[in-house]
Design a protein around this ligand. Structure first.
Ligand code: SF4
Length: 309
């Protein structure tokens, strides 16, 4: 039976997502011409749907946008696509997160110095495509340690290593060690963003205190999926749910004694109202008696502590 609902110290919207939403809303309110978002403004269906209802269009190809303003999402885009939009006569508003742009700056700094870049990342993610598009001939995407075997020693090549902003911290640490063992001369740029760091640390803090962790986030959100994976590995029960409707009563009825504390967190693209609905539903399942606990924590020690209820 659910007795306590534990809320992570840090969950939900990150700086880059809040900024992109604000930019899109401001743009739509200030223009009379059609506004279209390229790809998903952030990877969350509720946010995308809310924009659709406000009359803001969405397109997965710049060539399908005939006129008006094109908004580049928080994940960024390759320069060629931005240029194509300008060539088509569109007004481009760039909502790329400054921390994604930071990777572009690194690329622009090291490529003229003769570097090649290894980018540790999910190959098909929008952010990855944008990063690679900044120097397609000089960037190699590697998604796992096992893929390193495919590449030569490149002893004479200047090499850099960067990482997707939302990668799992432990995965990148292990990858970095393996990459350094193969290429001792590689220069590392840790481009995992602060929000990812905080969200993942908050799960580490919460995991020893709870029996199950529910991660509210979309299946298309890389950072939400990672939080669920970390939750599963740390506490044995970690589930990714899109909304309160995905919660199954039997999760708690099956072995009622062992799940009394349920942890709740959310990915960087998850709006607060979805988290609030999950808390409400959990409370309902507890018969309205669950104690609500908010966590504070020590990020470095990865320990959580209760601050209020
Ligand atoms: S997860 Fe990080 S890089 Fe991505 S939008 Fe948020 S702050 Fe920016």
């Amino acid at each position: 039976m659910i007795r306590e609902i534990v809320i992570a110290r840090k969950y939900g919207f990150c700086m880059g997502v809040k900024r992109a939403i604000k930019i899109a809303e401001k743009t739509a309110s200030e223009t009379d011409t059609p506004v279209t978002i390229l790809n998903e403004i952030v990877h969350n269906e509720s946010v995308v749907e809310a924009f659709r209802k406000k009359g803001i269009g969405q397109s997965f190809s710049v060539h399908d946008v005939e006129s008006g303003t094109l908004i580049i999402s928080a994940h960024g885009v390759e320069p060629g696509i931005k240029q194509a939009a300008i060539n088509q006569g569109l007004t481009v508003v760039d909502a790329t997160c400054p921390l994604v742009r930071n990777i572009y700056k690194i690329i622009q700094g090291i490529i003229p110095e003769g570097y090649y870049l290894i980018h540790f990342s999910d190959r098909d993610h929008d952010e990855t495509k944008g990063v690679v598009g900044h120097a397609p001939d000089r960037i190699t995407v590697v998604s796992s340690i096992s893929e390193l075997d495919k590449y030569p020693s490149w002893a004479k090549r200047k090499l850099g290593l960067s990482v997707q902003t939302t990668s799992q911290i432990e995965d990148f640490k292990a990858f970095k060690e393996a990459a350094r063992a193969k290429w001792p001369h590689i220069k590392t740029f840790d481009t995992i963003c602060a929000a990812t760091n905080q969200l993942q640390s908050a799960v580490h803090e919460m995991a020893p205190l709870v029996d199950m962790i529910l991660v509210v986030g979309s299946k298309t959100s890389a950072n939400s999926k990672r939080l669920a994976r970390i939750s599963q590995s740390l506490c044995g029960r970690g589930k990714l749910i899109g909304s309160d409707e995905d919660i199954r009563e039997e999760w708690f009825a099956f072995d009622s004694d062992s799940i009394s504390r349920v942890g709740v967190t959310a990915g960087a693209s998850t709006p607060d109202f979805l988290v609030e609905a999950v808390i409400k539903r959990l409370n309902k399942l507890s018969g309205g008696t669950a104690r609500l606990i908010r966590l504070a924590g020590d990020r470095d020690k990865k320990e959580g502590r209760i601050i209020d209820s």
